[in-house]
Design a protein. Sequence first.
Length: 463
Amino acid sequence: MVATLPIVCYETRPERYRYWQLMFEGPVATLATQAGANGREADIELSDAVQRIRFEHPEVRAVIVTNVRDKVFGTETHAQSRAGLDAFADETRSAIEDASRSSGIRFLAAVNGACIGDVYALALACDEIVLVDDRASLVRMPELRPAGLARLMDRRRVRRDRTDVLRGLLDGMPGSQALAWGLVDELVPPQDFARRVQERAHELAAHGERPHSTRGVPLVPLKKTVKNDAICWGHVALQIDRAARTATLAVSAPTGAQPLDVAGIESAGSHWYPLQMARELDDAVLHLRSNEPAMAMWVLKSRGSAEAVLAMDATLAAHQAHGFVRETIGLLRRTLARLEASAPVTCALIDRGSCFAGTLLELALAADRSDMPALPDDRHAAPKLGLSAMNFGAYPTPGHQSRVHRRFHGNGAAIAAAQANRGAMLDADQARRLGLVSNEAARCRPTPVGAVAQTAAVLMART
């Protein structure tokens, strides 16, 4: 008998937190955890808290990350208890770094005790680390994972040979030596620790870059219908074919009247199409990655009006300096990056009725392959795709390139040709000539079903 693994749900809210406390005082928020809060639930709560700070609390410009209890900042993590969770933990720490880099929120790790194991990676993700100088505090990292080691070298500028020494110190490194080696930024006596942490947090907040005029937007729970082989959200649908080991993700275009100005966008709040769609797509990607590991191929589809997607992109581009819009674009960027990092093999099916344009075209550009049949016998129903300004830098990959730039390996002529066709709806032959779809798809002109079957046979053979 095969044991059934529990379904992992990534949705939560502050009143349901078990491992973190989230508190606010003016421009400074405090995230306080408990010793031993190193598991999946703790990471889910931490990810949710960072997201809510970004969207619901634009007044926050600095965040203190600390422990409820003194004498210990974290406990050692055992590899067995972390199996399969590394990706989400690293993404959560990257989200903290991104909040600092993209949103101007500074994070201060207030290490009020021994900093042991993988929890030090959380401190490394913060902009600054303050360690209590109580003669018992230390830094110990025998099981620091590769992402943590990369942060140690890239953010802390610790020499590579010293990282190996640090991992071998089973008794840890005392605070004075940790300061000398650059593992922490400041040592503070216990009697001054709380005051100094607050003082430094307000100093960081004073130099924050978040716009003052933005209104907070509450992130309401997502609505979804769950069946055995399907999950439907408002704008995203997931269908599972376990026999074929294939998952199909379909994203719908916006419908009806959409807000065009900041007042309308703020009034729509978490129901504004780009934000709701990004949250739903992110939830679908996380569900697939954690709960459907047997899926060897993800098929990406879209449905609706491409013109509506391009109109949405025009609104995003026009108001991208506004805090709420900027955060929404940032969430779309992170969701697309998570999709690329999570899927085993992906194929975008650009068939009749699809709306791969602008922001939604990023799904096809993120896929391993994109199939676009020409349908010569029914040119009126033939699918088309479109580029917008959002395809040229709004959603950079972790390598800091747009997906168009990455697709053409920086070829200036190819990128310029794509730029020249912004706003135009391109058929299969035009898209193939520009290099935006897989060449074989338009030449062979398979039926939509045949396109997926052919692609699945080729790509799934690699897994």
